[in-house]
Design a protein around this ligand. Structure first.
Ligand code: F0G
Length: 481
C-alpha cells in the first residue's frame, strides 16, 4: 500500500508479514565474473546459488500466501473428476465469469492449443504486441504475427498511461488488408510484457472487441498479468478510481471470447488455464487437451497447484495484492530516474525496465546492448535480470538478425518477495554501473540455437569487458562485495 510519510514522500509499505524466509547470499565479484563467464554471459544459464536477488522473472517466483499453502494440503489427487478442479472452476466462474475452464500446465501450453485449434498456415495473428512463446507457437503453426500498436507504444520515455493499447484504426486496416478469414483471432496481452509491462485501457479493449465482433473475429486475452492491468485501469483510467479490482476484472472479461493465462504470474502458482463461455471453443480445445496436457480435470497441473490457483484467483482481486508489484516498481523506477538512470516510463507491471539503448548508447544493436547490460548488472550487483531485446528475437528464415523494437534489461519484481532495502541496493548498484557505463562493450554469440535462442544461447564479451568492469568494481568496493 502506498503510504504518505510525515515528510510528504510516499513509499510502498508491505501489507503482509514474512513468516517463512529463504536464505540468499551475495558471492564476491571474482566469483560473479567466473559465474557469468561459465553461463556464456546469458543470465538464464546462471545457477541460483550465484544469484543474490533473482529478478529474472516473476514467473513462478511470486510469494504464495498462507491460505494458498493451506489449500495445497487438501488437494484431491485423482486422474479424473478431481474435486480440486471443481474448486478451480468455481473460482473461475466467480472471479472471471466463465463457465468453461481448461487447466493447462502453463501459459505456453495454452498458446500451443490455440495454435493447434485455430491457426492454419498463411494466417495472420493480430495482437497489441507479441510475447516470445506466443510468437513461436503461431509461427510454428505456419502463421505470421502482426503487431498493431499505437505511436506511443515504443516510446520508452512516455507519459501515456496505456501504452499497451491496440491501435484501433490500424486494426480495421489490417482486417481489410488480410481479410477476416485469414485472421484466426486478435490477441490482447494484459500489462504487455515486451514493451515494459504496459497496460491497455478498458476503453481500448471495448473498442477492439467491437471491431472484432463486426468481422466475427474472436478476441483472445492473454491475462498472465491480469490483476496488474486491472490495477492500472483503476489508477489511471477516468471513471474507474472507485471501482474494485474484482469489478474491473469482470468488466474486462465481458469483452473476451477466450481467456488464457500463465498462472505463474497473477495467481502466484505454477500452472496455467484457459476459460471461455463458448461451448464450441471449449469443445474444440478440449479435444486436444488429453493429447498434449492431460485429462480435462488436471491438464498437466498438479492438483496442489490447482487448489492454490483457485485461492490465487480470488486473492489477486485484492487491491493490496494486485498493487503489490506495481507500487514497488513505481518506487524503483522513480529512484533510478532521480539518479539519471534511463528507465522505461511510465512504470508498468512486472518489472523495472532499464533502457539499454540509452544506457549504453555506444553499442550498436548487433552487439546486443540489452544482453550486455543484463550481464553487467549481474556482475556489479549479483542481481539477475533478463535481456528483452534483440537476443530475445530469433533470426529470420534467411538467417538475418531481426532487430528488436526495444532493447531492455528487465528487473522483475516478483510479488511480495523482496523488501525495500533490496530495491535500494539495486538502485545503488545500477547507479554505479551507469556512471561506469563506458566500460561495458558488446557481446557475440558463440552458440546460437535457432528457436528461442535467448534461453540457451551462449555469448562472449567483446574486448573482455567483463574483466575490466570487475576490476573497476573491486577498486571501488573491495573484493568481498
Ligand atoms: N504470456 C505472457 C504475457 C507471459 O509473460 C508469459 C510468460 C507467457 C505467456 C508464457 O507463460 O511461462 O507460463 O508458459 N512469461 C514469463 C516471463 C516467462 O518471464 O515474463 P508460461
Amino acid at each position: 500500500m502506498d503510504i504518505r510519510l510525515s515528510s510528504g514522500s510516499v513509499i510502498p509499505v508491505e501489507m503482509h508479514k514474512v513468516r517463512i524466509v529463504q536464505k540468499t547470499s551475495l558471492v564476491p565479484i571474482a566469483r560473479r565474473l567466473e559465474a557469468i563467464s561459465n553461463a556464456g554471459y546469458n543470465t538464464f544459464l546462471l545457477r541460483t546459488r550465484d544469484v543474490f536477488l533473482d529478478m529474472l522473472t516473476d514467473s513462478g517466483t511470486n510469494a504464495m500466501s498462507d491460505v494458498q499453502l493451506a489449500a495445497m494440503m487438501v488437494a484431491d489427487d485423482a486422474y479424473a473428476g478431481s474435486e480440486s478442479f471443481y474448486r478451480l472452476a468455481e473460482a473461475v466462474q466467480e472471479v472471471l465469469g466463465f463457465r468453461h475452464t481448461i487447466p493447462v500446465h502453463q501459459g505456453r501450453a495454452a498458446e500451443h492449443l490455440l495454435a493447434k485449434v485455430f491457426v492454419k498456415p498463411g494466417d495472420v495473428v493480430l495482437m497489441n504486441y507479441h510475447f516470445t512463446t506466443t510468437k513461436a507457437h503461431m509461427e510454428l503453426a505456419g502463421a505470421t504475427v502482426s503487431e498493431i500498436y499505437t505511436d506511443e507504444a515504443l516510446n520508452t520515455q512516455s507519459g501515456e498511461p496505456f501504452r499497451g493499447n491496440l491501435a484501433v484504426q490500424k486494426f480495421k486496416e489490417a482486417i481489410e488488408r488480410y481479410g477476416p478469414e485469414r485472421i484466426p483471432f486478435v490477441r490482447m496481452e494484459a500489462t504487455t510484457n515486451l514493451i515494459g509491462g504496459q497496460p491497455f485501457s478498458l476503453r481500448n479493449l471495448r473498442e477492439v472487441r467491437e471491431v472484432a465482433a463486426d468481422y466475427h473475429i474472436p478476441l483472445v486475452l492473454d491475462g498472465s498479468l491480469l490483476s496488474e492491468n486491472a490495477y492500472f485501469i483503476k489508477r489511471r483510467e477516468p471513471g474507474y478510481a472507485d471501482r474494485s479490482i474484482r469489478e474491473i476484472i469482470l468488466e474486462m472479461m465481458s469483452q473476451v471470447d477466450i481467456l488464457y493465462l500463465s498462472g505463474r504470474k497473477s495467481t502466484s502458482v505454477r500452472g496455467g488455464l484457459m476459460a471461455t463461455n463458448s461451448k464450441e471453443y471449449y469443445d474444440r480445445i478440449l479435444a486436444w487437451l488429453p493429447v498434449y496436457e492431460g485429462f480435462a480435470t488436471y491438464g498437466g497441473m498438479s492438483s496442489k497447484e490447482i487448489e492454490a490457483m483457485a485461492v490465487g484467483l480470488r486473492e489477486m482481486t485484492e487491491l493490496d495484492v494486485a498493487g503489490a508489484a506495481p507500487q514497488f516498481i513505481e518506487h524503483f523506477v522513480g529512484r533510478l530516474q532521480g539518479h539519471g538512470v534511463p528507465v522505461v516510463t511510465p512504470p508498468g507491471g512486472l518489472a523495472c525496465h532499464v533502457d539499454a539503448r540509452r544506457f549504453l548508447p555506444h553499442l550498436p544493436q548487433r552487439e546486443y546492448p540489452a544482453g550486455a547490460l543484463a550481464a553487467a548488472i549481474y556482475l556489479t550487483s549479483g542481481i539477475r535480470s533478463m535481456e528483452r531485446g534483440t537476443i530475445s528475437m530469433d533470426r529470420d528464415a534467411e538467417g538475418h538478425e531481426v532487430y528488436a523494437d526495444l532493447e531492455l534489461a528487465r528487473l522483475a519484481v516478483p510479488r511480495r518477495v523482496y523488501t525495500l532495502s533490496h530495491i535500494e541496493y539495486a538502485v545503488d548498484r545500477l547507479t554505479w554501473l551507469y556512471r561506469r557505463r563506458e566500460l561495458v562493450k558488446g557481446l557475440r554469440f558463440v552458440e546460437e540455437p535457432k528457436v528461442l535462442r535467448f534461453f540457451f544461447g551462449r555469448l562472449e564479451p567483446l574486448e573482455d569487458w567483463g574483466a575490466r568492469l570487475a576490476e573497476a568494481f573491486e577498486a571501488d568496493f573491495g573484493p568481498l562485495h
